[in-house]
Design a protein around this ligand. Structure first.
Ligand code: BGC
Length: 407
């Protein structure tokens, strides 16, 4: 039997985003978009703007806004010692320069409660959603966006201070710029490569400014969360250009974004969901095991990306990793195998400090609505959002308790 024990102070947790769990974020650009009159879309001139997305509105989501204590209790039952959660900018700053003290007090209560349950708090300041006023000013293509974001970040640091153990400025800037500005599925539904690039650059600027703004107030660690894809050449490929394209994609996903901000990063947050193999310049995954969303499940990819970013010499946290699996068929296997990938990366000298599973509970999966089930805990949306742990919850709880994996 093989066994691996994680470092003594390793952090075990789950992750969520404010908008996906809280419910009723009515001052957010997503809310406005979800609740638009879709019938009016048919009068739009260009077909590409007639969107069926999102499949559902977020409404009460998981009502984490009111049920956070119940969820922290679940974290405790899961033997977690940390949690990643998000703040909703549009609650804290519903109008420009007008901060809502009531909502700030709410987040203080939430964070205090997490602390009381022995959870270290990793807090995301921006996770795909924006206040409506910010979106109306042009959102992330506006050159002033970085300044607006830094101001809000500083306010969070002033008000929430050391209730936040680790500040995570922006979640998956490249996913957001790609889906909102390139393929047009998310608001503001743009299809413009130049804008997508500008958005990425503004996110870099926003991180740099927010880092300084937070550090003026408090010396807590500040990082960013990047979705890292394991790009690989298909083993049967004989085409030279496949190697080149894989190199380019890896570069765009890592050095291109990380190098310009590396001096202002105390850690890197990694979200791992995808390995993509390329053959004859086209994606070619074996898809032997897939999630309910059709995503290929390849645990070894996690080890590869971790080793690939070791060169930055920064502490690394896996800030998201999981799968949509309504029948809980592959979740335990996937978690366990991915833990072995983490173990191998640690043995090879990667400074990996913690793991946050996505997600504790089922939640609102953006444009897809509620059908993809990412939770260790099932939510019954028809019965008062009742929470019921799935089998994998107990498997994960065991790993967290023993800090050890076996196979
Ligand atoms: C995002 C989450 C999302 C998850 C699963 C990540 O890209 O940060 O908000 O729910 O993937 O799709």
């Amino acid at each position: 039997m093989a066994q691996f024990t994680f470092p003594k102070d390793f952090l075990w947790g789950t992750a969520s985003a404010a908008y996906q769990v809280e419910g009723n974020n009515k001052n957010s650009d997503w809310w406005l978009w979800e609740n638009r009159d879709k019938k009016k879309d048919k009068f739009l001139l260009f077909k590409k703007f007639k969107s069926k997305w999102p499949l559902e509105c977020s409404n009460n989501a998981c009502d984490f806004y009111n049920k956070y204590e119940e969820d922290f209790d679940l974290s405790l039952q899961c033997n977690n010692n940390a949690i990643r959660l998000g703040l909703e900018w549009s609650r804290i700053e519903p109008d420009e320069n007008n901060f809502n003290q009531g909502e700030i007090e709410h987040y203080k209560k939430v964070l205090n409660s997490a602390r009381k349950n022995g959870l270290k708090t990793f807090v995301t300041l921006h996770h795909f959603t924006n206040p409506i006023w910010f979106a109306k000013k042009g959102g992330w293509v506006n050159p002033k966006s970085a300044g607006y974001f830094a101001k809000y970040s500083q306010k969070c640091a002033i008000e929430l201070g050391d209730l936040i153990d680790v500040y995570l400025t922006i979640n998956e800037p490249q996913v957001y710029s790609g889906v909102a500005y390139l393929n047009g599925r998310w608001p503001p539904q743009r299809n413009n490569p130049l804008e997508a690039l500008i958005v990425q650059i503004n996110f870099m600027r926003a991180h740099l400014k927010a880092y300084d703004a937070i550090k003026k107030v408090i010396n807590s660690p500040v990082g960013i969360v990047q979705n890292l894809v394991c790009w690989e050449v298909d083993p049967t490929s004989k085409f030279f250009f496949d190697k080149l394209i894989v190199k380019l994609l890896l570069f765009l996903n890592t050095d291109f974004f990380i190098k310009p901000i590396i001096k202002k990063l105390d850690l890197i947050g990694v979200n791992y969901y995808f390995t993509n193999r390329i053959k004859n310049l086209k994606p070619k995954n074996p898809n032997d095991i897939t999630s309910d969303l059709g995503w290929w499940l390849y645990p070894k990819g996690l080890e590869n990306i971790l080793i690939n970013i070791k060169k930055y010499k920064l502490p690394i946290y896996i800030t998201e990793h999981g799968l949509a699996d309504s029948r809980d068929k592959n979740r335990s296997w996937y978690i366990n195998e991915s833990m072995w990938s983490m173990a191998h990366a640690l043995e090879k000298g990667v400074d990996l400090k913690g793991y946050f599973h996505w997600a504790l509970t089922d939640n609102y999966e953006w444009a897809e609505g509620f059908w993809p089930r990412f939770g260790l805990v099932e939510i019954d949306y028809k019965d008062n959002l009742k929470r019921t742990p799935r089998g994998s919850f107990y498997e994960y709880a065991n790993i967290c308790k023993n800090n050890t994996i076996t196979r």
